[in-house]
Design a protein around this ligand. Structure first.
Ligand code: FES
Length: 131
């Protein structure tokens, strides 16, 4: 994608966030925030018996990149496994957003991804306590 296409892609996700809102019966709810600016997100995950994410949604307030990246994260992980989330590095989200645009905004770009990773960690703890 060229720079303009990358900007359009980000703006589209910001203006029309995918999977926005809460889930009725989430297995886990995870808040994330960037203390530097006060921007926040909340992620909701539903998981099936095979550790596959059957639904993921988010709510949040913040800068264009953090909210667009959170929307992208929900698309990226719908139908994926918890292990897929654990294996995804911030490079993946930076490549999707475009390094030229997001490279200097690492905390914004990874806010949603890190909240999702924290959600999976929380879920693992809940599962471990049930065993
Ligand atoms: Fe706050 Fe981007 S400026 S997350």
């Amino acid at each position: 994608m060229d720079r303009q296409a990358q900007i359009d892609f980000i703006l589209d996700h910001y203006e029309n966030p995918r999977h926005y809102g809460s889930l009725a019966q989430p297995a886990v709810v995870q808040k994330g925030g960037n203390p530097g600016c006060g921007d926040v997100v909340t992620f909701y995950l539903q998981v099936d018996g095979d550790e596959r994410i059957s639904a993921i949604s988010f709510e949040g307030e913040g800068c264009t990149i953090s909210q667009a990246a959170s929307s992208i994260v929900t698309e990226m992980f719908t139908g994926k496994t918890l292990a897929d989330v654990e294996a995804t590095s911030s490079d993946v989200i930076l490549d999707l957003l475009g390094r030229e645009i997001a490279g200097t905004r690492l905390k914004c770009a990874t806010l949603g991804l890190n909240a999702t990773k924290d959600a999976v960690r929380q879920l693992r703890r809940i599962q471990a306590n049930l065993e």
